[in-house]
Design a protein. Structure first.
Length: 251
């Protein structure tokens, strides 16, 4: 049975990925920084309390995977945080560094320690970027910079690992329904002096399909990219966003 590791798999997009991969016949291993989130996951999933940006913890995670499973066919480098919502000149360096560390360095560490296992299995890695990694994004500089970096990392992995049969791709979710996006919209509303519903409507009207996406939409794409059906899909940036026309909500 193929195995998948999903970082930040305890809730949101990560948990949806876990369910989608399990339904596709994968055994599932998830990490998270919240014990309660891990406890709420299905009993038959492997679970590890791991900060994706901590190299010591990530190295220990892959040692545990080797001991328990031996093989690993897929990785979803999904860990990320929203970071501050503010103009560039108002962002503390420590807040910038933390956002970039979790979003970008977390993906790098998953690739660094997971690469040998994916090469042995001729597997696949999917990195979670964002439509913020495709456009400039007002008041979200650390997040946008990290998500652009994810795409550069993915393109490099595709070139380095392709000759060894490993595929690398990035998914760019648009605005995803759920608590995390609710928090983002609340902060944007406060920063722009408007109400949350207006920000929500702005996100939806900024897509050609006039809709936010769900975690399941992202999860389904991740499963496809790790499947035999995508055997020659690599180095691609795939937006699952209802076709974003304007990434900055209209106010």
């Amino acid at each position: 049975m193929n195995g998948v590791l999903i970082t930040a798999g305890g809730n949101g997009i990560g948990r949806a990925m876990g369910h989608a991969f399990a339904a596709a016949g994968f055994r599932v291993w998830v990490t998270d920084v919240e014990p309660a989130s891990l406890e709420a996951c299905p009993a038959d999933w492997q679970k590890s309390l791991v900060d994706a940006s901590d190299e010591t913890q990530v190295a220990r995670l892959f040692a545990d995977i080797q001991k328990t499973w031996g093989r690993l066919e897929a990785i979803c480098a999904n860990a990320g945080i929203a970071g501050p919502t503010a103009a560039v000149e108002e962002i503390d360096l420590s807040a910038w560094q933390r956002c970039v560390s979790v979003n970008l360095e977390g993906a790098f560490l998953a690739a660094k320690y997971g690469g040998p296992k994916l090469k042995a299995a001729r597997g696949a890695i999917v990195l979670t970027s964002s439509t913020a990694g495709l456009y400039g994004y007002p008041n979200r500089a650390p997040y946008a910079a990290a998500k652009w970096g994810i795409i550069g990392l993915m393109k490099t992995l595709a070139m380095e690992w392709g000759p060894e049969g490993v595929r690398a791709n990035a998914i760019c979710p648009g605005a995803v329904e759920g608590p995390r996006m609710q928090g983002v919209m609340e902060r944007e509303a406060a920063a722009k002096g408007t109400d949350v519903q207006h920000i929500y409507d702005g996100y939806a009207s900024g897509t050609s399909m006039r809709s936010l996406v769900t975690a399941e939409d992202i999860a389904n794409m991740a499963v496809f990219l790790c499947s035999a059906g995508a055997r020659l899909v690599s180095g691609q940036v795939i937006a699952v966003d209802g076709h974003t026309e304007n990434p900055d909500p209209k106010v």
